[in-house]
Design a binder for this molecule. Structure first.
Ligand code: GDP
Ligand code: MG
Length: 177
């Protein structure tokens, strides 16, 4: 967790997108503050959260943007995507529709964001495995076909959240270095 006194070598903007209630805000909360809330309401007034970490001896400030209830189709504006070098495309493994909407989010992203943006597909809520509606293989296959990184996470159990952000940030770091 960030050390305010250190100098910052890089600032990377990463955007969270995906249907409402898939867990975007809780994934961010887990990453930025190591907190989780089961009854989270849409984040109000906060555009992004930051956390500074060290990658290959450089300090990298991750500036993670979260949609504040703009998940309706096409409601996310181009300002949200502007300057983003990474994107986390999130669905809920227990809700098939949230996975079925991923191609639409990917189209949105590719229409608005830089063409070299690093994208990771994230299937969240693995702690609810008994309610799984999206097989891991389906998502893995889709990610491979589209050239996306892929991980399943649980913001609740803190599973793979750190790994997901590190995957994106390290890839961005390697691209700019
Ligand atoms: P957002 O609309 O995509 O930002 O979704 P939220 O982060 O607000 O989460 C929606 C609901 O799902 C909230 O009740 C969260 O507590 C819950 N939630 C988020 N992540 C997880 C998870 O990993 N496991 C479980 N069981 N619930 C989660
Ligand atoms: Mg939210």
């Amino acid at each position: 967790y960030g050390d305010a006194s250190q100098k910052i070598d890089y600032v990377f903007k990463v955007v969270l997108i995906g249907d409402s209630a898939v867990g975007k805000s809780q994934i961010l909360s887990r990453f930025a503050r190591n907190e989780f809330s089961l009854d989270s309401k849409a984040t109000i007034g906060v555009e992004f959260q930051t956390r500074t970490l060290v990658i290959q001896h450089k300090s990298v400030k991750a500036q993670i943007w979260d949609t504040a209830g703009q998940e309706r189709y096409r409601a996310v504006t181009s300002a949200y995507y502007r300057g983003a070098v990474g994107a986390m495309l999130v669905y809920d493994i227990t809700k098939r529709t949230t996975f079925d909407h991923i191609p639409r989010w990917l189209d949105e992203l590719r229409a608005h964001a830089d063409k070299n943006i690093v994208i990771i597909l994230i299937g969240n809520k693995t702690d609810l495995g008994d309610q799984r509606a999206v097989p891991t293989e389906d998502a893995k296959e889709f990610a491979q076909k589209e050239g996306l990184f892929f991980l399943e996470t649980s913001a609740l159990e803190a599973t793979n959240v750190e790994e997901a952000f590190l995957t994106v940030l390290t890839e961005i770091f390697n691209i700019v270095n």
